[in-house]
Design a protein around this ligand. Structure first.
Ligand SMILES: Nc1ncnc2c1ncn2[C@@H]1O[C@H](COP(=O)(O)OP(=O)(O)OP(=O)(O)O)[C@@H](O)[C@H]1O
Ligand SMILES: [Mg+2]
Length: 244
């Protein structure tokens, strides 16, 4: 039986240079050097610029691609293999025929990254607004950088709603679109929505997402809906979405 986890401390903002260096050191083991090195040789990354945020199990960096690459910046999410929550990953990767439940922690994290990449691609194909995924390798995922003037966008939690009614309808539209196309985010909340340029809202952190056929597909859909309802109700929105 899946446990419905209570949410969740927000990811901490990165403050001092000392802390930045500590964060970088936490994910840059010898494997990551090799992986990032191969992404550099492949002409995808020219430099890792700074950590945007440390999550529970990963660090997201802003990176710069080479000059001929068709993006100004990239977001590079590096999972910390040692810190990964093996039990949670197994729970959300089981019953998904797209992936193998690996017994080895490192291999399971690599499978998890593949899952996040495939989920992003799937959502993009159904017309849901997500950062475009560029490539994944081992525990590293490269995607579109959501930000403006080189500065990363805030999460919905950090920024707060700008236009609550409209945003609620938009996000519910996205959630329903995913559901109808056989996909549930399964970790949706104000912490996993980025407020991009031009008022656009991007769903991020899709690794937990599952496809139709998963035994908790409907349960996790309802939980996503409840999280968004609960958030916007605080800002006076009449949250009416309950079922599909
Ligand atoms: N594509 C992106 N562009 C800009 N910033 C991003 C992007 N993806 C993530 N971020 C930043 O990094 C933070 C953490 O990302 P994300 O939610 O994907 O990881 P996480 O919470 O660590 O995931 P997990 O809980 O699975 O370890 C986000 O809150 C956001 O501030
Ligand atoms: Mg997150």
């Amino acid at each position: 039986m899946a446990t419905i986890s209570k949410r969740k401390r927000p990811p901490r903002e990165i403050k001092t240079l000392k802390e930045q260096l500590k964060i970088e050191a936490s994910v840059f083991d010898r494997y990551v050097f090799r992986t990032v090195g191969s992404l550099m040789s492949a002409g995808i990354i020219a430099s890792i610029d700074f950590p945007i945020k440390r999550g529970k199990e990963s660090v997201v960096f802003r990176a710069t691609p080479p000059p001929d690459y068709p993006a100004e910046f990239l977001a590079v999410k590096i999972y910390n293999v040692e810190n990964s929550n093996f039990k949670r990953m197994v729970e959300y990767i089981s019953n998904d025929p797209r992936f193998e439940v690996k017994k080895n922690r490192r291999k399971l994290v690599y499978e998890w990254v593949k899952k996040e990449y495939r989920n992003l691609l799937m959502c993009e194909e159904m017309g849901v607004l997500v950062p475009h995924p560029h490539v994944f390798k081992d525990n590293v995922l490269v995607m579109d950088f959501i930000g403006e003037g080189g500065a990363p966008s805030k999460t919905l939690f950090e920024r707060g709603p700008a236009n609550p009614e409209w945003e609620y309808e938009f996000l519910m539209g996205e959630v329903k679109k995913m559901y109808k196309n056989g996909f549930v985010h399964a970790d949706l909340s104000e912490y996993n929505v980025l407020c991009g340029p031009e008022g656009k809202l991007y769903m991020i952190d899709l690794a937990q997402g599952v496809i139709k056929g998963h035994p908790f597909f409907d349960e996790w859909y309802k939980r996503d809906v409840q999280n968004i309802n609960r958030y916007y109700e605080k800002f006076g929105v009449r949250a009416t979405t309950t079922l599909i």
